[in-house]
Ligand binder design. Structure first.
Ligand code: NAD
Length: 413
């Protein structure tokens, strides 16, 4: 029987493991697990053919204990409350783990953007903001890009928000540079994946020079992670995405693949042997980086994963049962809330620059990303070693302690 995935329940199971480790009381568990606010809106638009189409949009604001809520917007057919709720909760733990002064939120619209024209996508985005914008604010909730949303979509959001509320650059991050976007933001999540992969590889005795890496997804996160890991000396031996997959044991040229994907909107057609997404996940390699969607490593294929280490560049790519199987098999897993936190870290810098009305240069942004990511990694590794737990439980326990402490000091109950 196929594994039924209940995203929010899965995330809360991970939460409980870490809460057990820090002996968190029941009341605080209840408080931290319950989302602060959930919003659903109808998003009707006129299609290019002048027909009415009605979509549904969501925003789950999980926690504002440590600061304004922060999280991406996803446009995908599988977006629903369960997925958004789980991703919002992960944002709370992620921002706490890297110690940026934000809470967690997530949102999205259930749609297939590949079936929509650019004009339809813009109308959809603007109508969504018209109806849900009241919940956003510079010191309240700040959206960002996620799957199938990008700087262009963020610009529409900023403009639509400005029509209703006045010019507020910092209302959204991941914007184009011309509108107050931050240098280095586009590559930041992949940069963080690359930094954390190198740190973990060194701790798990996997030399990064010549390390054989397979990446699922070559969008924003996967492509920059691949490029930067190749520059660090690793070999990208396989890449797959929604258009197919390619493999080359001698190493794919990540720079050329990057250009190819920009031109052709997918890896299909790039020179190399063909490989399916399923084959990539279970191929012989040193490091496997799922950087596409959630729930790709499951009870069905976890026993076949041959990587020495899996780095979760995507959010929740491993189900809880699969996570246990990988653990039992001695495969190291670097959890999403650590591995992909470079994006929200750079988003924090973008927000700070917008508030300061002052732009940093890219080197400063990249240096600051390291200053937040590497200490976060070291704290996780220390807890992992001291308490003899896996990296995920260590990471969650640090994040939960910080949010619990913020709630406790704020009081009000
Ligand atoms: P993106 O839209 O730029 O890229 C998504 C990639 O996944 C593409 O290569 C696409 O082809 C591939 N893909 C989609 N459906 C697929 C399928 N069925 N099989 C195989 N590949 C498929 O998105 P992104 O921003 O790179 O996000 C990727 C993941 O990283 C998501 O889980 C997202 O939540 C997470 N993430 C993104 C950021 C960010 O800053 N963009 C930050 C943290 C986490």
């Amino acid at each position: 029987m196929a594994e039924k995935i209940n995203n929010y329940e899965n995330t809360n199971r991970l939460f409980d493991k870490a809460a057990d480790l820090i002996e968190l009381d029941e009341e605080t568990r209840l408080l931290l697990k319950t989302p602060f606010r959930e919003i659903q809106v109808e998003v009707p638009i006129r299609t290019d053919a002048e027909e009415l189409d009605v979509f549904v949009g969501y925003r789950v604001q999980h926690s504002a204990a440590r600061g304004p809520m922060k999280g991406g917007l996803r446009y995908h057919p599988e977006v629903d409350f369960d997925e958004v709720r789980s991703l919002a909760s992960l944002m709370t733990w992620k921002t706490a783990l890297v110690n940026v002064p934000f809470g967690g939120a997530k949102g999205g619209i259930t749609c297939d953007p590949r079936q929509l024209s650019e004009n339809e996508l813009e109308r959809l985005t603007r109508k969504f903001i018209e109806r849900i914008g009241f919940a956003f604010g510079l010191h309240l909730d700040i959206p960002a890009p996620d799957v199938n949303t990008n700087a262009k979509v963020m610009a529409w959001i900023m403009d639509q928000y400005a029509i209703q509320n006045g010019y507020t650059t910092g209302i959204v991050t991941g914007k184009p540079l011309e509108l107050g976007g931050s240098p280095g933001r586009e590559a930041a999540t992949g940069r963080g994946v690359s930094l954390i992969t190198q740190a973990a590889a060194s701790d798990f005795q996997i030399p990064i020079a010549g390390a054989r890496i397979a990446i699922q997804g070559f969008g924003n996160v996967g492509s920059f992670a691949g490029l930067l890991l190749q520059r660090a000396g690793a070999k990208i031996i396989a890449v797959s995405d929604h258009t197919g997959g390619i493999q080359n044991e001698a190493g794919l040229d990540a720079e050329a693949l990057f250009e190819h994907v920009r031109q052709h909107r997918g890896v299909a057609g790039f020179p190399g042997d063909q490989i399916t997404n399923e084959e990539l996940l279970t191929m012989e390699c040193d490091v496997l980086i799922p950087a596409a969607l959630g729930g790709v490593i499951t009870r069905e294929n976890a026993a076949d994963v041959k990587a020495k280490m899996v780095v979760e560049a995507a959010n929740s790519p491993i189900t809880t049962i699969a996570d246990e199987i990988l653990g039992e098999r001695g495969i190291h897993v670097v959890p999403d809330i650590l591995a992909n936190a470079g994006g929200v870290t750079a988003s924090y810098f973008e927000w700070v620059q917008n508030i300061q009305v002052f732009t940093w240069d890219e080197d400063k942004v990249n240096d600051e990303i390291e200053k937040y990511m590497l200490p976060a990694y070291q704290t996780v590794r220390n807890i992992m070693r001291d308490r003899q737990v896996n990296m995920r439980t260590a990471a969650f326990s640090i994040a939960i302690s910080r949010v619990a402490e913020a709630e406790r000091i704020r009081g009000g109950l």
